[in-house]
Design a protein around this ligand. Structure first.
Ligand code: NAP
Length: 253
């Protein structure tokens, strides 16, 4: 039956950036769909763990700094030691640094590109190798952005990274679809999390944004639930290389 195809029962999912915001929302959703969830972050994921425990789900945290590429095998091996296999990777962790393009430092540029793009590639590569070894496919869901389609302003590294995430999602799908690996992405619109706190605090910008969102509200971490569960499930087994917008209609405008 079709709803059975959406179940993630018995699957092992890894979500980066799991202690707050969209990552936390996606951890809760994946756990509700039946997955055992490993959440990666630098700071504790205690709040995520207790939200999942309340629903009777399974969660454990892997504390790791994703700006250090040496942590790629550490994360994968920690999850393999605990569960013996992996089925789902959600590349959610990301940062945004706001500054006029003429003033952006090389250090800040690299910080954003390293986390939002380089780490997405390196984790995807490590997980794809593991999926190939396991021999029964797997799922990768990247988190893109409206700046995968639009320029944005005062966020040149962020826009570059998120535009690249859309392209990388297509490229990896082309290479790995034949191994039963689904690589897709979700492009959230304007969501109420720490990432947008500065924007929402600016009354003028916040008003302009809200006015342009057809749904008439900021998105929430819960709004990510349907898309991420779908893309991580058997229901999406023939969906490859696509970026699904969860944006309250922003791109339709
Ligand atoms: P957020 O509330 O700022 O959370 C960011 C998450 O990433 C945190 O869990 C953080 O964990 C983790 N993280 C950051 N740097 C890390 C590092 N070096 N190592 C390990 N973990 C790290 O952001 P969000 O709004 O939920 O955004 C999540 C994703 O969605 C990002 O990729 C963002 O670009 C994207 N996005 C957000 C929006 C939006 O409107 N909010 C829109 C489009 C796309 P620590 O606290 O431990 O650092």
């Amino acid at each position: 039956m079709i709803l059975d195809d959406f179940s993630l029962k018995g699957k092992v999912a890894v979500v980066t950036g799991a202690n707050t915001g969209l990552g936390q929302g996606m951890c809760v959703a994946l756990a509700q769909a039946g997955a055992k969830v490993a959440g990666v972050a630098r700071r504790s994921c205690e709040e995520t763990a207790s939200l999942i425990a309340k629903d009777g789900g399974e969660f454990f945290e892997v504390l790791a700094d994703l700006s250090d590429t040496r942590n790629v095998p550490v994360i994968l091996n920690t999850v393999l030691e605990k569960y013996g296999c992996v089925d789902i990777l959600v590349n959610n962790a990301g940062i945004i640094l706001r500054e006029d393009a003429v003033n952006v430092t090389e250090e800040d540029w690299n910080k954003v590109i390293n986390l939002n793009l380089n780490m997405v590639f390196l984790l995807s590569q490590a997980f794809a190798r593991q999926y190939m070894k396991q021999g029964h496919g797997g799922k990768i869901v990247n988190v893109a952005s409206m700046t995968s389609y639009q320029g944005g302003i005062r966020i040149p590294a962020y826009t570059s990274s998120k535009s690249a995430v859309l392209g990388l999602t297509r490229e990896l799908a082309n290479e790995w679809a034949r191994f039963g690996i689904n690589v897709n992405a979700i492009a959230p619109g304007y969501m109420a999390t720490n990432n947008t706190a500065q924007l929402r605090d600016d009354e003028k910008r916040s008003g302009e944004i809200l006015e342009r969102i057809p749904a008439g509200r900021w998105g929430t971490p819960k709004d990510m639930a349907g898309a991420v569960v779908f893309l991580c499930s058997d229901a999406a087994s023939y969906v490859h290389g696509f970026t699904v917008a969860v944006d309250g209609g922003w791109l339709a405008r």
